[in-house]
Design a protein around this ligand. Structure first.
Ligand SMILES: *[C@@H]1O[C@H](CO)[C@@H](O)[C@H](O)[C@H]1NC(C)=O
Ligand SMILES: *[C@@H]1O[C@H](CO)[C@@H](O)[C@H](O)[C@H]1NC(C)=O
Length: 411
């Protein structure tokens, strides 16, 4: 009798304990999501994981999947042992399902098919019928998009070939790099060009100028670390695409060197020629000037010479033609003789006058020097003007009538 109540109390105690154990046990059931966000590519079918822990059956529970955006769209609702699509957001119509055979294991994951970029975001797995504190969890979905890069040959630059890599339809924004066949990064021609299309996808383009290598193989790598995806395309550039500049460079240098040497030779020869020609011309001109000086002396001092010279007359025979000489001889006075001699000189031209001056200088130097000194004084007095006039005179003579004078000098 004594033990009954004791055992009853003990049983009751057991009962209390077990009831409280069951109660605490069920109230500790939690909703658990994935440790990481879910990553998918546009078009994929994915599972948004959600389950009960410990794994009690969820068959009798209500499970609500919503999207955590402003409108809190309902994706999926499981209630009264069946799926309910009454309040489902239209953008998810026909794309959601739950694994009914998994519900007894506490697996309330949602399957979402044909994900789009706009599906990216946060989702809530909510079990309102749970009595515990943790009745919901969130799942982050990242939807990416990738595409294979395309390489094209974009011409040549110096000794290299310009390669262009393009890849559109990426999300999130990817990185693009160029590598050689040994996996070494190549310095690109600049940072990648990026733009975003109307659907929010990124397109990237990057150029590189590559030199000839053993393999001529180059790789364009596009990667998106967030979605942990990488796409590579390799190109083999045929040898003959590379400019054959190294060879042409040599030929070009040779040609350039030859041209320079040739130009130098031409310039030297030309300047030597010009120098010689100038020397020659100077000599000619000096000679001509001398002669012109003599002629001018003879012309200028006509009156004086007619009056003062005597000895020169017999010598004039050598200068002029014999019939004129006899004419001179026939004149009675010395002045007359000189006048006739001058007439003969005038018709004889510059050379004869020049020769006459030389004979004069020989035979009657006093007369010449005397007149010469007077002339010089006069010339000095009007140095510039006289001088330039002289030159003009000479030039005129050279250019014009005095052909004879030049001819004489040449011989
Ligand atoms: C839930 O069930 C699906 C379908 O069988 C499975 O792929 C997923 O891994 C399960 N999740 C958990 C947390 O057991
Ligand atoms: C290609 O060669 C040129 C000239 O030798 C050099 O300046 C350039 O850096 C090279 N490019 C690469 C990618 O090695």
């Amino acid at each position: 009798m004594k033990t009954f109540p004791t055992s009853a109390v003990w049983c009751f105690g057991i009962l209390i304990i077990s009831v409280s154990l069951i109660t605490t046990g069920s109230s500790e059931v939690q909703v658990v999501g994935p440790a990481d966000r879910v990553i998918a590519l546009a078009g994929d079918d994915i599972i948004l994981p959600c389950s009960l822990k410990p794994s009690v059956s969820a068959e009798d529970m209500t499970v609500q999947w919503t999207r955590l955006n402003l409108k809190a769209d309902i994706l999926h609702l499981y209630r009264d042992h069946q799926d309910s699509y009454v309040d489902q957001s239209p953008s998810y119509r026909g794309r959601t399902s739950m694994f009914h055979e998994e519900l007894k294991n506490g697996n309330v994951s949602l399957k979402l098919t044909r994900v789009t970029l706009s599906d990216g975001g946060c989702y809530r797995c909510f079990i309102p019928t749970l009595t515990s504190q943790v009745k919901e969890t969130t799942v982050q979905l990242l939807v990416g998009a990738v595409s294979q890069p395309v390489i094209s040959i974009d011409g040549t630059k110096y000794w290299g070939v310009v390669l262009k890599c393009e890849s559109g339809g990426w999300f999130p924004e990817p990185e693009m790099e160029w590598l050689d066949s040994s996996g070494t990064f190549l310095p690109a021609d600049g940072p990648p060009e990026r733009h975003r299309d109307s659907e929010g996808l990124y397109a990237v383009r990057r150029q590189v100028t590559v030199n000839k290598t053993d393999t001529n193989r180059f790789t364009c790598r596009v990667q998106q670390p967030e979605i942990n995806l990488m796409k590579e395309t390799e190109i083999h550039v045929p040898d003959d695409v590379f400019p054959i500049l190294p060879y042409w460079w040599k030929v070009g240098l040779l040609i350039a060197a030859a041209v320079i040497v040739l130009a130098a030779v031409v310039v030297l020869t030309a300047s030597a020629g010009v120098y010689m020609w100038r020397k020659h011309t100077e000599k000619k001109i000096r000679k001509l000037l001398e002669e012109q000086g003599d002629v001018r002396f003879v012309n200028r001092n006509k009156v004086h010479l007619i009056q003062s010279v005597t000895m020169v007359i017999p010598m004039a025979f050598y200068l002029i033609r014999s019939e004129r000489y006899s004419e001179i001889h026939a004149a009675t006075t010395r002045q007359d003789q000189m006048i006739r001699l001058y007439q003969a000189l005038d018709s004889g031209g510059n050379q004869v006058k020049s020769d006459f001056y030389r004979i004069l200088l020989d035979l009657e130097p006093d007369v010449v020097n005397d007149r010469g000194a007077k002339e010089e004084t006069r010339t000095r007095a009007g140095f510039g003007g006289e001088r330039s006039r002289d030159c003009e005179g000479v030039n005129r003579e050279i250019g014009g009538e005095s052909y004879e004078g030049v001819a004489v000098l040449v011989h």
